[in-house]
Design a protein around this ligand. Structure first.
Ligand code: SAM
Length: 155
């Protein structure tokens, strides 16, 4: 289900092949089935959502409970990838380049949210702060950069 585009928005022809692949390492379960109900940006006070981690990647959760906040990266799988000029208000007036927006429509439809880690239940994380549709594929999890100190020796 790809989204529509608005009058005057500019589309390009996508290259035939992508340059690299990604692994979907899990799936995000949220209360939102429809874009119109989904927040534009997550809030740390938003509803609890569950991030399911697929095997074998669940082994990579070790140590995550040291952090209160995480950065979640996800693949906005129901997005157009060919829009370069967008009219978010749909007024036919104000057009913005895709890279000047946080719109889900982008060549690599990667969404990011800072979330609060509520708890870890086996291979699932319960978090608050997401803004994606139910079933959105997960591509990465990182500790929030403010809480993280590098484990490697300084350069
Ligand atoms: N917080 C992320 C960011 O800034 O990178 C995403 C922001 S984007 C504006 C959030 C919107 O993307 C939602 O309100 C919804 O309309 C849309 N969206 C959510 N999940 C999606 C999905 N799986 N595929 C396509 N669009 C999605």
């Amino acid at each position: 289900m790809q989204s529509e585009f608005r009058a005057g928005e500019r589309l390009v022809t996508l290259p035939e092949k992508t340059d690299e692949g990604v692994y979907f390492i899990g799936r995000i379960h949220t209360p939102w089935r429809d874009r119109k109900d989904c927040p534009r940006q997550g809030s740390l006070d938003g509803p609890e959502c569950r991030i399911e981690i697929f095997a074998p990647w669940d082994a990579a959760l070790q140590g995550l409970d040291d952090f209160d906040h995480l950065e979640i990266l996800y693949w906005l799988d129901r997005s157009r990838r060919d829009l370069v000029l967008q009219n978010p208000h749909g007024d036919g007036q104000a057009f913005h380049g895709t890279f000047a927006l946080r719109s889900p429509q982008r060549p690599n439809p990667i969404g990011t949210s800072k979330v609060r880690l509520v708890r870890i239940d086996g291979a699932s994380l319960v978090v608050r702060g997401l803004d994606c549709l139910d079933g959105t594929p997960l591509i990465d999890i990182k500790p929030d950069r403010c809480e993280f100190s590098p484990k490697a020796a300084p350069k």
